[in-house]
Design a protein around this ligand. Structure first.
Ligand SMILES: Nc1ncnc2c1ncn2[C@@H]1O[C@H](COP(=O)(O)OP(=O)(O)OP(=O)(O)O)[C@@H](O)[C@H]1O
Ligand SMILES: [Mg+2]
Length: 328
């Protein structure tokens, strides 16, 4: 694959990773108003890299600029400043378009077509032969969980939101792309549909595809993504792997009652004692410490991992930015 080499390989000494998406200082100001004399600054100096085979989640509140960033990468709109490459080529390169798939946020469908006809139309744009179209559409409908009969009989205007989302997903994969951009792929889906989309993304990941998606459903992102970035008011405010952002999973909080409390102190950080209740963060192996408690005559009440969920981390990041600066 003709991707450029990433300069910011996180594992020095190992093989450099291939950068599939790279942006440097990307900014976008939309012109609005009757005279186009007002500007909405939607992206501010965004620099990020997505490597080959990664599942990358872009998160952010409504209006943060996620769709704007995706549209720039797809060559649908132009940035006002900054540069970007996709698969090592500058944006808008027609050879690259053959190798990417895109599920738009509000997919515009020709709603008088049936799902099958719409997929045939899309497959035709990529030059698939009639026989290849039949085979590919059948495979994809199976993958997204839409019955062939529904796809052949019903016009898109008669589809529910979730059914449209499934057709949209099939359409994004019709050309067996190397890189898939998904704007809110779980939106409008019931729990089974969400699960299916997660499974599809994991299947694509196993096939070595690079997936870049925007989502508000943080519990799904937490399960699927190798790395994430958070965008707020057009600015990237955090990016990294979940371990980098949330901490490694082996941090534990413990709470107990009674026993020889002084013997617990060397094991615990930020220890507090109230009557015969004590608590703190375990420094060593949590299971070794848990065994010590009854040996010292104490009782374990709680032992839990302290790593925050992605949702807690996200809310905290956004809240910090919304807090007014403290007066000196
Ligand atoms: N065509 C446009 N013209 C003017 N302003 C726009 C246009 N498209 C988006 N914006 C503005 O740019 C900002 C970012 O919008 P964008 O759609 O990229 O956000 P988003 O993060 O995708 O939000 P959501 O989570 O709601 O999908 C918003 O303030 C939005 O109003
Ligand atoms: Mg959006």
């Amino acid at each position: 694959m003709g991707a450029e080499l990433s300069q910011d390989n996180p594992n020095p000494g190992s093989e450099p990773d291939l950068a599939v998406v790279r942006t440097e200082g990307l900014s976008k100001a939309y012109r609005t108003g009757f005279w186009l004399n007002q500007r909405v600054q939607s992206l501010r100096g965004c620099s990020l890299t997505v490597r080959q085979g990664e599942t990358f989640g872009l998160l952010g509140p409504n209006g943060a600029g996620k769709t704007t960033l995706l549209k720039i990468l797809l060559g649908i709109i132009r940035p006002t400043a900054g540069t970007a490459t996709l698969l090592g080529h500058s944006l808008g390169d027609s050879a690259v378009k053959q190798r990417i798939g895109y599920l738009p946020e509000n997919a515009y469908f020709y709603d008088f077509l049936t799902g099958w006809e719409f997929l045939q139309y899309t497959a035709g744009l990529f030059g698939l032969s009639r026989a290849a179209q039949q085979r590919r559409i059948g495979e994809l409908l199976d993958l997204v969980g839409l019955p062939v009969e529904t796809a052949k009989k019903k016009q898109l205007r008669q589809y529910s939101k979730g059914m449209l989302q499934r057709v949209g997903m099939a359409q994004a994969l019709i050309n067996d792309p190397d890189v898939v951009f998904l704007d809110e792929p779980m939106s409008g889906l019931d729990p089974t549909g969400r699960f299916q989309v997660r499974e599809i993304i994991l299947t694509l990941k196993r096939e070595g595809k690079t997936i870049f998606f925007n989502s508000h459903i943080l519990s799904d992102v937490e399960v699927i993504c190798d790395r994430i970035a958070i965008l707020d008011q057009g600015e990237l405010i955090a990016s990294g792997s979940l371990d980098q952002l949330l901490g490694t999973a082996d941090q534990y909080f413990v709470k107990g009652r009674g026993g020889q409390i002084a013997r617990f102190a060397p094991w615990l950080d930020q220890m507090t004692v109230q009557g015969d209740l004590w608590q703190g963060h375990i420094k060593g192996d949590p299971y070794d410490f848990a065994k010590q408690i009854p040996l010292s005559g104490g009782h374990l009440i709680t032992l839990q991992q302290t790593r925050p969920t992605l949702e807690e981390f996200f809310i905290d990041q956004i809240r910090q930015r919304r807090q007014p600066p403290k007066a000196a």
